[in-house]
Design a protein around this ligand. Structure first.
Ligand code: C2E
Ligand code: CA
Ligand code: CA
Ligand code: CA
Length: 280
């Protein structure tokens, strides 16, 4: 028994080692991806819950196409970037790509509703996301009302002066802030009070349970009530069924994002959607 225990331990160590090596390889590949233009953004439309034909916003989502490994999910590579210094560069790239795209659309007379992008908790440290963002905005003539920033509550845990300062700096420029994946992390009502938030995003994990899990329904109901009390707009993400949509409409959610209404779109498809709306 002792022997097999030792074998199990060795197998476990081997698994861990393999995993670390794979992470390391992915980190190196990601570094190359930044210089080889393997990263692009997709755009997932958001619609008015009261009028689900009406496009009211979109979320920019990062995609990595590697020549050897194929498409790699952000759920896999973002955590790796977060563990290294790469996340800062990655976030600056997202901001640059988004501003460039908004500038290109404007150049052909297309106007998009505000597009939100994701930042990591680490982006609030060091030089922060704001400086690079302001530079990209200036370069491509993008105004604050065209953008919105999503971050999770873990960014706020430290309550450090620098996070506070950065958030207020963005807000002072007129950039709206959204709290992402609400309820999944270390939620604190103090965050809703302390920071100048415009929007609260209800996580897919709770939306999944609507219409069959009373606890998930209770969480969503409470989140919506809280957002309303604090004057925040609400967005439900991961809406996949007509029943979920109906539930959210009935309970006063403002906006809907999910495969039921639209999947993340390539820039060209999102552009076609903008054109259709403008020509209508
Ligand atoms: P998130 O911020 O919660 O983004 C929503 C995710 O849910 C996206 O996955 C989106 O494609 C997916 N989704 C939306 N509606 C549905 C639906 O109806 N059904 C299903 N099954 N999924 C839906 P994605 O694009 O794979 O991104 C995963 C996560 O990676 C994001 O979760 C976000 O945390 C992170 N991420 C993506 N892009 C970026 C980025 O540019 N920067 C940073 N820091 N993180 C990013
Ligand atoms: Ca998000
Ligand atoms: Ca989210
Ligand atoms: Ca989520």
């Amino acid at each position: 028994a002792k022997e097999s225990g030792r074998n199990r331990l060795r197998l476990y160590e081997l698994g861990l080692y393999e995993r670390l090596r794979e992470d390391r390889a992915l980190e190196e590949a990601l570094r190359r991806a930044l210089t080889h233009q393997e990263l692009r953004l997709m755009y997932q439309p958001q619609f008015d819950a009261r009028d689900p034909d009406r496009l009211v916003g979109a979320e920019a989502l990062l995609r990595w196409e590697n020549p050897e490994k194929g498409t790699i999910s952000p759920a896999r590579f973002i955590p790796i970037a977060e563990k290294s210094d790469l996340i800062t560069e990655l976030s600056q790239r997202v901001v640059a790509l988004l501003c460039e795209q908004l500038g290109a659309w404007r150049a052909v007379g297309l106007f998009s509703p505000p597009i939100s992008f994701n930042v990591s908790p680490k982006d609030f440290r060091g030089e922060g996301v704001a400086s690079g963002l302001f530079r990209s905005m200036a370069r491509h003539d993008v105004t604050a009302d065209q953008l919105q920033i999503e971050f999770t509550e873990s960014a706020l845990i430290e309550h450090s002066d620098i996070v506070n300062q950065e958030i207020h700096r963005l807000n002072a420029e007129g950039i709206e802030l959204a709290i992402d994946d609400f309820g999944t992390g270390h939620s604190s009502l103090v965050n809703l009070k302390r920071f100048p938030l415009a929007e609260l995003k209800i996580d897919k994990s709770f939306v999944d349970g609507l219409c069959d899990n009373e606890r998930d329904e209770a969480i969503v109901r409470a989140s919506l009530a809280m957002a309303q009390a604090f004057g925040l707009r609400t967005v439900a993400e991961g809406v996949e069924s007509q029943q979920q949509l109906a539930w959210l409409q009935e309970h006063g959610c403002d906006r809907i994002q999910g495969f039921l209404l639209a999947r993340p779109l390539e820039a060209s498809s999102f552009q076609a959607m903008l054109r259709d709306i403008q020509n209508a």
